[in-house]
Design a protein around this ligand. Structure first.
Ligand SMILES: [Zn+2]
Ligand SMILES: [Zn+2]
Length: 278
């Protein structure tokens, strides 16, 4: 299909598997026209957590991408990216990551929010990776509306920073299926306004269908409001294994069309281009 898959991982993050050749072959088999590699970027302070590459992995990561490119030849275009974690004080580090090489795109993600009071006994750090499966049971009894409030404030701060080409999985906070009492559009509207104001692309991430929340990130009402506002969009699998490349993309394409999108984005050297769909 005439689509790209830009949110994909490598074994450098310690929770993805597969050789570059297997990922690229899967992308070719899925008839994608471009394949982007965007593993979890290192953070400035190390050690930080156990689910990302280290700063010292960067040369091997870039070599892994080169291996993917040689296997791809002229069968598929390979793009070079990173999935970066946004912290409230992270601006300078993102600038440093940007200078490592000539990236095709940088993805911004919020996987960490301030640790809620109720959790401080088990999770002593100031930041909480709320979507880590090891915390799934700890969600029980937390104030979900408060967590959504905090998550989306952080997400909007990331958009406002302006350093990212793609803002990932907009409602990742729902991963374990804990939904707020308020209508979700209360949380989504300011996000869409921020994307619109900064002309930033958001991602429809199909991996959510295979998580406890059992739906893509973000919800359909977000996608429809974004289409109304003509916010740029891209479809991603968030593959952590070759078998997950382009996963659920038929469903994703249907969602895009149902919402009224006529094109998605693609990126080269951090310039956005349009890709007509349908
Ligand atoms: Zn991951
Ligand atoms: Zn992510």
């Amino acid at each position: 299909m005439p689509l790209v898959d830009y949110h994909t991982h490598t074994p450098f993050c310690h929770h993805a598997i597969g050789e570059p050749e297997a990922y690229i072959q899967a992308a070719i088999d899925a008839k994608l026209i471009e394949y982007g590699i965007s593993d979890h970027a290192p953070t400035e302070t190390e050690p930080f957590d156990n689910w990302r590459m280290a700063q010292s992995d960067m040369p091997d990561y870039l070599a892994w991408i080169e291996r993917a490119k040689s296997y791809a030849g002229d069968k598929i275009i390979i793009r070079k990216g990173l999935e970066c974690d946004w912290f409230l004080d992270g601006k300078n580090w993102i600038d440093e990551l940007n200078q490592i090489t000539e990236w095709d795109y940088l993805i911004g993600s919020v996987h960490y929010i301030q640790t809620p009071q109720d959790l401080l006994s088990v999770q002593s750090a100031a930041l909480w990776d709320f979507d880590n499966p090891k915390w799934q049971n700890d969600w029980e009894g937390l104030d979900v509306d408060q967590l959504w409030e905090l998550y989306f404030a952080t997400y909007i701060d990331m958009i406002a920073h302006g350093g990212f080409d793609i803002c990932a999985h907009p409602d990742l906070i729902k991963k374990f299926g804990f939904l707020p009492q308020r209508d979700t559009s209360y949380y989504f509207k300011p996000v869409i306004e921020a994307l619109k104001d900064t002309n930033t692309c958001f991602e429809i991430n199909m991996a959510g269908l295979n998580k406890p929340c059992k739906e893509q990130y973000p919800q359909l009402n977000f996608i429809e409001m974004a289409a109304q506002a003509q916010v740029p969009v891209i479809l991603s699998s968030d593959a952590h294994a070759p078998t997950e490349v382009g996963r659920n993309f038929n469903r994703g394409l249907a969602l895009l069309q149902q919402a009224g999108f006529t094109h998605t984005a693609r990126f080269e050297k951090r310039q956005r281009h349009q890709l007509v769909i349908g």
